[in-house]
Design a binder for this molecule. Structure first.
Ligand code: SF4
Length: 318
């Protein structure tokens, strides 16, 4: 038997090089396969060409990092039970966005617990109309944080160079006649509607002739063509309207405030105590299993903590 400290023989070095070449070939084939999957989900040709995949971990996806940069990552979804701080579900995913992860998480909880939770609390990343409507249909009370759409429309008006005194709020809506009246007293008539998930956009437009001779047109529609000024009225799905009203109550705001400590504690504990800041394994399934073990470890310590607390509450014997 050769001394392990001996330099590798030509034969062993050759085999090692062949093995490395085989592994590299497998990784590249896998990277090409994943690249095709990513491209298939992109719409424009330019976006398809810009698609990138990591050669070291082809199943990872390029996602935004906490430091503002981008890198190959997995998005790990953890659901925690409020009563005992126990993790009830974990899943590593290739999806950068959290929005599409709320309903699958609920489904996994239903599979493992045999029923849905009464309430689900999630941050703004998970709060969209579809999630509000679907949780409502399932009878799960959803507490979240709806993005302030008025800020988005203000940003759009700013981009178009509309003067603040001609934003949508300056136009008066007549519910009975279903028309708007602009600051110059002209009528914006109903033009049509577009149905989107959880909302309907109703369009109202001023006459092109009125706007073209209007002395306020530079402030009201500086970059528009021959068409008259457009106003969009949004009609939410009833579940979305109820959600918005509910999130304005002290009860809902108080529940939402509790989300941070409950949801962030397991994450912080796993990162701090288990030093799991970067996955040791590669590939979606292996990364998922790494997360499962980390969450199991967290749950065991949490269980010991709960047990200890219960024992301390028992009366002493003897
Ligand atoms: S530009 Fe058109 S919509 Fe705007 S104030 Fe004048 S008439 Fe009314």
């Amino acid at each position: 038997m050769g001394d392990p400290t001996d330099p590798p023989s030509d034969d062993r070095a050759c085999k090692a090089r062949q093995r490395a070449a085989r592994e590299r070939k497998t990784r590249l084939e896998s990277a090409l396969e994943e690249l095709e999957k990513i491209r298939a989900r992109k719409s424009g040709e330019e976006l398809k060409q810009k698609a990138r995949v990591s050669q070291t971990d082809p199943q990872a996806r390029i996602m935004k990092q906490s430091n503002g940069g981008y890198g190959p990552s997995y998005n790990v979804q953890i659901s925690t039970d409020k009563a005992n701080g126990i993790i009830v579900n974990v899943q590593a995913t290739q999806e950068a966005s959290d929005c599409n992860q709320l309903l699958p998480a609920l489904e996994r909880i239903r599979e493992t617990a045999g029923r849905l939770p009464q309430q689900m609390v999630a941050d703004g990343g998970y709060t969209n109309r579809e999630n509000i409507i679907q949780t409502d249909k399932e009878g799960v009370e959803f507490i979240g944080s709806m993005p302030d759409l008025s800020k988005t429309s203000v940003a759009q008006f700013e981009r178009r160079g509309v003067d603040p005194s001609f934003y949508s709020g300056a136009f008066e809506y007549n519910f009975k006649e279903d028309i708007y009246t602009c600051p110059a007293g002209k009528t914006l008539s109903y033009e049509g509607k577009t149905n989107r998930v959880g909302l309907t956009e109703h369009r109202y437009r001023a006459s092109g002739n009125d706007c073209s001779i209007c002395p306020m047109k530079e402030k009201c529609r500086p970059n528009l063509s021959q068409k008259g000024r457009l106003i969009i009225r949004i009609e939410n799905h009833p579940a979305v309207d109820s959600f918005i009203l509910k999130m304005d109550t002290p009860r809902a705001r108080d529940i939402y405030r509790q989300r941070g400590p409950i949801a962030e504690f397991p994450n912080a504990w796993i990162k701090e105590k288990l030093k799991l800041r970067q996955f040791r394994l590669r590939g979606l399934w292996k990364v998922h299993m790494e997360c499962v073990w980390a969450c199991l470890t967290y749950n065991i310590q949490q269980w010991i903590h709960l047990k200890w607390r219960t024992l301390k509450l028992l009366p002493a014997v003897g």
